[in-house]
Design a protein around this ligand. Structure first.
Ligand code: TPP
Length: 291
C-alpha cells in the first residue's frame, strides 16, 4: 500500500461513503478517528482496524487500513491476535454497546485484564441500531422499544465502572458531537502503552432519538476543565458512579502504566512475530518456546 504524503484525515477514506442515517453520531467518531490517526502521522498501512457487527461495524467499509469486519462481539479477540502477530501495527477495535457489553462482554472484561496494547472504541448509542432498535445493556431504564414496549426494567451496565473494576489501565469517555475533544482522547489512547478503553456517547437519531445531541450537551462536562488528574482509581470510581441521566463526565477517568500482554511474552516483546526470520529454524524447537 502506498503512503500518501502528507497524511491527512482523508487519507483514511475508502471509496465508499458512509451509509449511516443523517445525524448519526458515527459520523463524528469516524471523523475523530481519522483526525487522530493523521495527527499521529500513522499511515493507513500501519493501522489495523478490527470491527464488530452493527451500524458501528459498517465503519469497516468506510475506512482505509488493514480492516477486518469480524463477528458480533468478537472484535477484541481478533484485535488481540493481530497485535500479538504484528506488534508493529497500531491495532484499534471498534464496536457498539451491544457488541461490547452483551454478545462480547466476556471478551471485553478479559481483554481489559490482559492489558494488550490496543485501543478499543465503543460506539455507545444505548441501543441495538443495525437490528432496528432493541434495548442494549446500556439502555436507560424505562427505554421503550419493540422488545420492551412497557419500558426497559433492567439496570444498565456502567461501562466506566466495568472497565475500572476489571483493571483498566486507560479508561476514558468521549462524545461523538465533540470531534476535536474525542480525537484528542483517541490520540491519548493510541499513545497509551496498554489497553485503552474509550466509551463514546453516540446519538442515534433514528432508534434512540430521546438521547439527542441536546440531551447529551445538557449533561456533559469535561474533567480537564476541573483540573482533574486521572491517576487515582478511587476518584475515578466516584466519577464513574455518576448517573449519565444526570451528568456525564468526559475525558480520561483513569490511567496507569503497567506491563502489557506483549511484555509477558519474551518471544514477541522485542521483535514482532511477523518479522522473525524463520529460515533455517527448526519449527518444532521454535514452537517449543510457547509451551
Ligand atoms: C451472535 C450474534 N447475535 C446477534 C446478531 C444480530 N445482530 C447483528 S447487529 C446486532 C446489534 C448491534 O448493536 P450494537 O452492537 O449496539 O451496534 P450498533 O448497531 O448500535 O452500532 C445484532 C443483535 C449477530 N449478528 N450475531
Amino acid at each position: 500500500m502506498q503512503t500518501p504524503d502528507p497524511i491527512k484525515p482523508e487519507s483514511y477514506n475508502s471509496d465508499v461513503f458512509p451509509t449511516w442515517c443523517p445525524g448519526c453520531g458515527n459520523f463524528g467518531i469516524w471523523a475523530a478517528l481519522k483526525m487522530a490517526l493523521s495527527n499521529l502521522k500513522i499511515p493507513p498501512h500501519k493501522v489495523a482496524l478490527i470491527f464488530g457487527v452493527g451500524c458501528s461495524g459498517n465503519f469497516a467499509n468506510f475506512v482505509k487500513g488493514y480492516v477486518f469486519h469480524s463477528l458480533h462481539g468478537r472484535a477484541l479477540p481478533v484485535a488481540s491476535g493481530a497485535k500479538l502477530a504484528n506488534s508493529d501495527l497500531h491495532v484499534i477495535a471498534i464496536g457498539g454497546d451491544g457488541d461490547g457489553f452483551a454478545e462480547g462482554l466476556s471478551h471485553t472484561i478479559q481483554t481489559i485484564r490482559s492489558n494488550v496494547n490496543i485501543t478499543y472504541i465503543v460506539h455507545d448509542n444505548h441501543v441495538y441500531s443495525l437490528t432496528t432498535g432493541q434495548t442494549s445493556p446500556t439502555s436507560l431504564k424505562g427505554f421503550k422499544t419493540k422488545t420492551t414496549p412497557e419500558g426497559s426494567f433492567e439496570y444498565p451496565i456502567n461501562p466506566m465502572a466495568l472497565a475500572i473494576s476489571a483493571g483498566g489501565s486507560f479508561v476514558a469517555r468521549g462524545f461523538a458531537g465533540e470531534i476535536p475533544h474525542l480525537s484528542d482522547l483517541i490520540v491519548q489512547g493510541i499513545q497509551h502503552r496498554g489497553f485503552s478503553f474509550i466509551d463514546v456517547m453516540q446519538p442515534c437519531p433514528t432508534f434512540n432519538p430521546q438521547l439527542s445531541y441536546d440531551w447529551y450537551r445538557q449533561r456533559l462536562y469535561k474533567l480537564a476543565d476541573q483540573g482533574y488528574k486521572p491517576d487515582n482509581r478511587h476518584k475515578a470510581w466516584d466519577i464513574a458512579q455518576e448517573e449519565i441521566s444526570e451528568k456525564i463526565a468526559t475525558g480520561v477517568l483513569y490511567q496507569e502504566q503497567r506491563a502489557t500482554l506483549e511484555d509477558n511474552f519474551p518471544q514477541i516483546s522485542k521483535t514482532a512475530l511477523v518479522k522473525k526470520d524463520f529460515s533455517g529454524v527448526d519449527i518444532r524447537q521454535f514452537l517449543g518456546q510457547f509451551k
